[in-house]
Unconditional design. Structure first.
Length: 634
């Protein structure tokens, strides 16, 4: 289907918008009048620019407060329309959006509205222009799409049809089934926007919080299905007013927009039983590994805090480069064993049970750089990602290395699709020595069995983009967004998981002071967290993030929780399916580890305890930096 977008949906000057929209692969644009008014480009120049970029001008909008007015007002409105028709002729645009009036001059009289719209359509026809009449959700007398359609039908002019706008229809709770009663050739245009469920004035909701399909709570696929049932063959066009998108990079927003339309087209095709435009998602069956980038040099403040008095972890294989101790020390303390080193790259493999961590010493400060996903069909995973506009990463592959298919997520995380030790296939772990020479799998020394979830920090303004990406590319199901109080701001958080819970991710965005560096974490699943916590507390008391006593006083008030939680510094949560016990390590760079135990069928992530964790992390970081800032006295 033809895909368009309103210029108001992305940031920048009109010229920048057109360039970004074209680069994302759109076929056309709606020119939002204000974008033209503030542009130094003449309508002819905009027309030429759009043509050179391969973009059609599918709609000019909006024309407001026209219909159902007294005669003297009508004359002025028609004069205003003639001026706009002239601009449209210069632009080469042939469809004008007229939205239902909000003017106090408007009279509640459908016959009068129809008569005047008919007159407008007749004038428009003289310029080769048609009119698409749209019911604004806050229109004075016309605010329901079927009401707008009744007026269009009454006016009965070939140059007058209706414009359907998903926001105006769904924000009022109107049933979109009625769309099917409108003949497809009278649906002149279809505008699409999603929105999060918010209890607020519909005008403010529309102007600030619209988002791309799949990023909100509306059933856009259902609405599009009804529209396609009418025989509508015009464009799917995005019209999104969003405070974040106005500030974000136009190129990136345009790609996000296009991805949302492709996913929407797929969802509608599945509803209608037609062939989807893209291959189906390949659902990963778990984490193969998490890769942390670490600096090649050694800031060892944490290493000494962690391993004061501890053995320094396993000995280095002879002749291999030694990695900075910070994360190595943390991993060793958690019971991980370095099982191999890459012969050609400064990368180490650390294992415990099925939990695998790569330390890649090409980074700056410790950060979660890549995730390996177990895929039943790695090539299929990449095809799916490519069809949703994800950049495929070049494979830097030495002659004997396992082939790893990788893509870049919008947050910069690299996602590798792989199979670990799958019978009949080579495994990426074979690349690491001496592991391939028969090193036994690392035992679960501290009871850690696998990676339970990873928490990734998203860049500002790109939270919804990331959620749509992971949902579309990996087939993960998003849970509700949460807002977690941080001492210096808010953390917005959204969990996403595969249907069976084998793959869980948490997307976080910090709305905290600009200097704060966001944290990421890897949560490790454990069989017996009480035993693990006992051992860790005895051997590495400096490793665990301190939890305030007030937390345990409150916990005791809420639950009949065992007193050893307090002694061990464990946090606790429960839902209707089960219980959750967890603990956090101190941070290394941008990264910390969490150890979790799910009891029963608990589905959450301990979000209720996240404010305690954030406050403790700030306190711990503050202590650490004040100690580090002490200058030796002369
Ligand atoms: Mg609209
Ligand atoms: Mg967590």
């Amino acid at each position: 289907m033809r895909k368009s977008i309103a210029t108001v949906s992305v940031s920048g000057t009109l010229a920048e918008k057109l360039t970004a929209i074209s680069a994302a692969g759109f076929d056309g644009v709606e020119i939002f009048e204000n974008d033209l008014l503030v542009s130094p480009l003449s309508p002819e120049e905009v027309r030429a620019r759009a043509r050179d970029l391969g973009l059609g001008i599918d709609l000019y909008q909006p024309f407001r407060d026209f219909e159902a007015v007294p005669g003297d007002v009508l004359a002025g409105n028609l004069r205003r329309a003639e001026r706009k028709f002239e601009v449209m002729e210069r632009l080469g645009a042939t469809l004008l959006l007229v939205c239902s009036s909000v003017s106090p001059d408007a009279i509640d009289d459908d016959e009068l509205a129809a008569e005047q719209l008919r007159l407008l359509a007749e004038r428009a026809a003289g310029h080769g222009i048609s009119i698409a009449y749209e019911a604004l959700a806050w229109g004075r007398h016309v605010n329901e799409y079927l009401h707008a359609w009744r007026i269009v039908r009454m006016a009965d002019h070939p140059n007058l049809g209706t414009c359907l706008d998903s926001f105006h229809i769904l924000s009022r709770g109107s049933d979109p089934i009625g769309i099917e009663a409108i003949p497809g050739d009278k649906v002149f245009f279809l505008q699409l926007a999603d929105a999060p469920l918010l209890a607020m004035d519909v005008l403010q909701w529309s102007r600030h919080y619209r988002c791309f399909p799949g990023q909100g709570t509306f059933d856009l696929a259902g609405l599009v299905t009804h529209v396609l049932e009418t025989g509508y063959a015009g464009p799917l066009s995005l019209e999104v007013f969003n405070d974040g998108f106005r500030q974000a990079d136009a190129g990136r927003t345009s790609l996000d927009a296009m991805r949302s339309l492709i996913a929407l087209e797929e969802a509608a095709a599945r509803r209608r039983g037609t062939t989807p435009p893209i291959p189906p998602p390949v659902i990963p069956s778990g984490f193969a590994f998490a890769e942390l980038s670490v600096p090649p040099a050694v800031p060892s403040a944490i290493a000494s805090a962690v391993s004061a008095g501890d053995p320094p972890g396993p000995p280095d294989p002879p002749g291999l480069p030694r990695h900075p101790p910070e994360l190595s020390a943390l991993l060793a303390a958690l019971g991980f064993v370095r099982t191999g080193t890459h012969p050609g790259k400064p990368v180490e493999l650390w294992e415990q049970g099925e939990a695998r961590i790569l330390l890649n010493a090409t980074g700056d400060e410790p950060a979660l750089a890549a995730i390996g996903l177990e895929s039943p069909d790695p090539a299929g995973s990449v095809k799916r990602a490519e069809s949703l506009l994800s950049p495929v990463l070049p494979r830097h592959r030495a002659p004997r290395e396992a082939r790893l298919d990788a893509i870049a997520a919008p947050d910069g995380t690299e996602l590798f699709f792989c199979r670990t030790e799958h019978p009949g296939h080579s495994s990426w772990t074979d690349d690491f020595r001496p592991r391939a020479e028969g090193t036994a799998r690392a035992p679960a020394a501290e009871g850690i069995t696998h990676i339970d979830h990873v928490a990734l920090t998203q860049p500002r303004h790109h939270f919804d983009e990331a959620a749509l990406f992971y949902r579309g590319v990996l087939g993960l199901r998003p849970q509700e967004s949460l807002e977690v109080p941080d001492p210096y701001g808010l953390l917005r958080s959204k969990a996403m998981s595969s249907e069976d819970g084998a793959l869980r991710m948490v997307l976080n965005i910090n709305q905290v002071g600009a200097q704060h560096i966001p944290w990421q974490h890897i949560a490790l699943a454990c069989d017996d967290i009480v035993a693990t916590a006992h051992r860790l507390r005895a051997a590495h008391p400096g490793l665990l993030l301190p939890v305030p006593a007030n937390y345990y006083d409150d916990l005791a008030a809420r639950y009949d929780a065992p007193p050893e939680l307090r002694e061990l510094g464990l946090l606790y949560d429960r839902d209707e399916h089960g219980e959750f016990l967890h603990l956090y390590t101190i941070t290394a760079g941008r990264v910390f580890f969490e150890i979790v135990q799910r009891v029963g069928d608990y589905q959450g992530y301990g979000a209720a305890n996240a404010p305690v964790r954030l406050a403790a992390q700030h306190a711990w970081g503050g202590q650490r930096s004040s100690t580090m800032n002490v200058t030796p006295s002369a």
